[in-house]
Design a protein around this ligand. Structure first.
Ligand SMILES: [Zn+2]
Length: 159
């Protein structure tokens, strides 16, 4: 089984004093992954397998940087396979790296929990605050309850 950890940096947004930019660095087997995690795509990939623009540029624009990753689900865990160039449309011909990581569902739960706890904490501190993945990403605060719903379903599966 492979190991995942995250580090979260936060900064005042460059565009608004009512927003916080979150920079989530992912480590797999202690190796830092290029670019930052797109928090919204991460939660969607917990809900459904598929090809996701899972990593994005620091600025928050997928295409400027970032890459697609193929996510599959099975009993053993959450699997990340291969990275693909951040063009508008995913194509298997645009593969950058070939890899396969199998991550324990419980670790994925803990990563999700850490992200939700932070979003909750920011929201409690200041109700009018927005938060985004990277400098200019979409607002994540309005989706906290959706993320909780996804993580709750995962937690039920883990029992
Ligand atoms: Zn950028």
């Amino acid at each position: 089984m492979d190991q995942i950890q995250i580090d979260i940096d936060q900064d005042d947004s460059a565009i608004s004093n009512q927003a916080i930019s979150l920079f989530v660095t992912v480590y797999i087997n202690n190796k830092k992954q290029t670019d930052i995690l797109d928090i919204d795509e991460f939660f969607q990939s917990i809900q459904d397998p598929g090809i996701y623009p899972l990593f994005t540029c620091d600025c928050g624009f997928f295409g400027c940087g970032g890459y697609y990753v193929h996510v599959t689900h099975d009993e053993q865990g959450y699997r990340l396979q291969n990275s693909y160039k951040p063009y508008d449309v995913w194509n298997k011909k645009n593969r950058i790296h070939t890899f396969q990581y199998l991550l324990d569902w419980h670790e994925i739960y803990l990563v999700g929990k850490k992200l939700i706890d932070l979003l909750n904490q920011l929201h409690k501190h200041d109700q009018s605050l927005d938060a985004s993945s990277g400098m200019y990403g979409m607002n994540l605060i309005s989706k906290i309850s959706y993320y909780k719903h996804i993580l709750g379903k995962l937690n039920d599966k883990l029992k």
